[in-house]
Design a protein around this ligand. Structure first.
Ligand code: C2E
Ligand code: MG
Ligand code: MG
Length: 667
């Protein structure tokens, strides 16, 4: 503006200019401020979006690996950093270490092979290297400048690869650190507090996934492991066996064996020393077996490939071993013998040294065999080893299968038959050799087995003993025999009342309340106890001398007689024999049947007779079949004879008929 203008105008102009300037400044200020908050808002929004997506992924992740892979990508994208990688905690709880998860994320950056390879081949103990430091401190760690000899990165390759800064964060899970994530940038960079807390958030979210997975793993572990020994349980064993069988079928080899191991004396330890001692024995046994497998592997012959093995605890004192890729039966037997060898050393239970041998059954995989069948076959072989006295191994064969099948069907038929009253008692007369009169009978059980006709005791008593069915059976026979004798006493009153001999099985003999049960049967059948003769075998009387003596005394106190059956076949201690409160000795049939051809047998019978006389016992000779046998027995002054010469065991009506006709009486 030129020319004259009044001074007021100038003033106004200046004022206007100032106002404009002020307004412009204010506008710039306002714009800058608007820009600033817009920018802040955007950063904040990005951060929120990032946090949201990490948290959502953590909620949905099926596995820790999946969640880690996602987080590596998210963090790299968010920071615009080119490389991320994760370490996982591994190894046993007592000595953990960090090894590469092999999970990487690289964005817009050719992943440096040398660095990646070096990283993956590395493992860090707690406190070592970048991951080990973060693992121990449980805090993120920032490396602002990576140089050639960065001590936290064992890999010189990091610097070579153009990586200039990095940082790592822990994934805490409960007391543990489950993983460590690390990220690298090609620019050097200083740590930012906000960023570190944001990345800690990522660690926490992944930690939730890790905790979930750990709980799931623990539940799965518990469902498939035995809590006492921490060994795989039956379910896991069968699963591994199944897989191994499938594998061997696919590969066309069947070098696979199952060892079924059962401790021989566990029950005794458990009963006598208590459950804690039993638990301790089982744990030590598990360790011993584990050790046996290790050393069997170390000592394997050069030409055998020693493959995978699984040791499992199946139940109380039962273990199983799966041997894969073995050279056949010889190798399985070698392992079994090695185990038996190691079991010869005692176990320390408290202050006691305890021996615990085992019975081992071996079964080899054959084509088309299912896991449970293979295990069952090994179990059968184990049972045979046990029946043969234990502390030994046995190998399954097909005959074993057939006999096991037969035993099973006998057992189930017997159970039914007990309910359906299909057992009958036959009676064999015991004849007074001097007068020829019947002095009594022995009750002998027979089984009317459906379409198989009448079955004799030797074909089912051993199975009944094994299964425990002998207990109800023996008590039933006793009741039946006592009832019959009561009727005979009523119908055939003799000066010397008839006796009834009843066999007691080994199982029944070890029944805790046997005397009480016998007392009840005597009372309820109203029989005269003095005429009841309980037969126990020589072996039963001798096996647990103290207990036998106590029990026999209790039985005698009921007023019954006792008889020692099959005498001469066991190993009697003469010193002990005179303490047994028995009334009768029964000479085993094997001596009587050979009397006529063996002077030795005659001599044995003479000796037994003398022994019995001295101990004040009567003698029954079992099994005289001919007149010659009877003559010789009379010549030896034997009291009684019970044999086919007089009569086979017969049903009650026929026995009654014998009593009516007295066919053997001399006068
Ligand atoms: P045991 O108690 O020694 O019974 C005698 C066995 O010898 C009977 O066989 C009888 O039939 C047989 N015997 C008798 N005289 C002769 C003979 O002259 N020649 C031949 N060859 N044999 C003769 P059984 O009835 O087959 O019984 C066999 C075994 O089964 C019995 O031997 C006994 O140990 C057991 N037993 C039988 N019944 C029962 C029972 O109810 N309970 C229990 N626990 N065991 C029983
Ligand atoms: Mg008998
Ligand atoms: Mg006998």
């Amino acid at each position: 503006m030129t020319g004259f203008h009044p001074p007021e105008f100038d003033n106004q102009l200046q004022h206007l200019q100032k106002t404009i300037d002020r307004e412009r400044l204010a506008r710039i200020e306002a714009e800058a401020s608007a820009n600033r908050s817009h920018r802040e808002l955007t950063v904040c929004k990005r951060e929120l979006l990032f946090m949201e997506s990490v948290a959502a992924a953590a909620n949905q992740a099926e596995s820790l690996r999946e969640a880690i892979q996602f987080a590596l990508e998210q963090v790299c994208t968010y920071l615009d950093w080119p490389l991320g990688h994760a370490w996982l905690r591994s190894g046993p709880a007592s000595s953990p270490h960090l090894s590469s998860s092999t999970l990487w994320h690289s964005a817009g950056f050719a992943a440096p092979t040398a660095f990646c390879q070096a990283t993956e081949s590395q493992r860090y103990a707690p406190g070592q290297g970048l991951p080990g430091k973060v693992y121990t401190s449980r805090h993120p760690l920032w490396i602002a400048r990576i140089h050639d000899n960065e001590p936290l990165l064992a890999q010189r390759q990091a610097a070579d690869s153009g990586l200039r800064s990095g940082f790592a964060l822990p994934v805490p899970a409960g007391e543990e650190v489950a993983a460590v994530l690390e990220f690298f940038n090609t620019e050097p960079g200083e740590p930012e507090a906000g960023l570190i807390s944001l990345l800690s958030f990522v660690g926490m979210q992944l930690g939730r996934v890790a905790e979930r997975q750990m709980a799931r793993d623990r539940a799965i572990h518990d469902a498939f492991h035995d809590s006492l020994t921490l060994l795989p349980n039956r379910a896991l064993f069968l699963d591994r066996l199944n897989r191994a069988l499938l594998r061997s079928l696919r590969d066309g080899d069947d070098n696979l064996a199952v060892l079924f191991i059962d401790a021989d004396r566990f029950k005794i330890v458990n009963d006598s020393l208590g459950h804690l001692a039993g638990d301790s024995l089982i744990r030590q046994l598990a360790q011993r077996l584990q050790q046996a497998l290790l050393s069997a592997g170390e000592n394997a012959p050069q030409d055998t490939a020693w493959g995978e093995q699984t040791l499992a605890r199946l139940g109380s004192d039962e273990f199983a071993i799966l041997l894969e890729n073995i050279g056949g039966a010889t190798e399985a037997v070698r392992v079994a013998e090695h185990i038996l060898g190691l079991l010869q050393n005692t176990f320390a239970i408290g202050s006691q040294d305890v021996y615990c041998s085992a019975s081992i059954g071996i079964a080899l995989a054959a084509e088309h065999q299912a896991a449970d069948e293979l295990l069952r076959d090994a179990d059968l072989a184990m049972h045979r080893a046990k029946r043969l006295g234990g502390a030994r191994w046995d190998l399954f064969d097909q005959a074993m299968h057939a006999s096991a099948f037969q035993r099973m069907s006998v057992e189930s038929d017997m159970r039914k038959s007990l309910l359906e009253n299909r057992f009958v008692v036959h009676y064999q007369p015991v004849v007074d050799l001097r007068s020829g009169r019947i002095s009594g009978f022995e009750a002998l059980v027979r089984w009317n087995r459906y379409d198989k006709g009448l079955v004799f005791p030797n074909d089912f008593i051993p199975i009944a003993e094994d299964t425990g069915l002998i207990i109800p059976l023996d008590l039933w026979v006793m009741r039946e025999a006592c009832r019959t004798l009561t009727a005979w006493h009523r119908d055939f009153p003799h000066e010397q009342p008839l006796t009834i001999s009843i066999n007691l099985s080994t199982r029944l003999f070890s029944l805790a309340n046997l005397a009480e049960q016998v007392g009840e049967i005597l009372a309820s059948t109203g029989v005269n106890p003095a005429c009841v003769r309980l037969e126990i075998t020589e072996t039963m009387a001798m096996s647990d001398a103290n207990r036998a003596l106590q029990l026999l005394t209790e039985l005698r106190a009921l007023g019954v007689q006792l008889s020692i059956d099959d005498f001469g076949t066991g190993y009697s201690s003469l010193n002990y024999l005179h303490r047994i409160p028995a009334n009768v000795l029964k000479i085993d049939r094997s001596f009587v049947s050979q009397m006529h051809e063996s002077e030795e047998c005659m001599q044995i019978i003479r000796t037994i007779m003398m022994l019995a006389r001295n101990l004040g016992m009567k003698v029954v000779a079992e099994g005289p079949e001919t007149a010659d046998h009877v003559e010789r027995l009379i010549g030896l002054d034997c009291d009684f004879g019970q044999g086919y010469f007089f009569s086979r065991p017969v049903a009650e009506p026929a026995a009654r008929h014998l009593l009516e006709t007295a066919p053997f009486a001399r006068t």
